[in-house]
Design a protein around this ligand. Structure first.
Ligand SMILES: [Zn+2]
Length: 71
């Protein structure tokens, strides 16, 4: 597996997350030997998700907002 950031070599590793509030203390993931990037299965899931479409609806511009505030 190649690192997403630097294309370096990643190795499997076990990590301890003391701030995890799900009750799980350890997790297995990947660590880059070059830059130290850590990737766990949750990060990979988020990277695979397609980002949401940007908002294309009607928005209020600044002039309209100033008129509303002045009224
Ligand atoms: Zn890296």
């Amino acid at each position: 597996m190649c690192c997403h950031r630097c294309k370096g070599l990643m190795i499997r590793d076990s990590f301890i997350d003391l701030r995890d509030d799900t009750g799980r203390m350890t997790f297995d993931g990947w660590r880059c030997l070059n830059c130290g990037e850590v990737v766990d299965p949750l990060v990979l899931t988020h990277r695979d998700e397609t980002p949401a479409e940007p908002y294309r609806g009607r928005t209020r511009d600044r002039r309209m907002w100033e008129r509303l505030v002045a009224a």
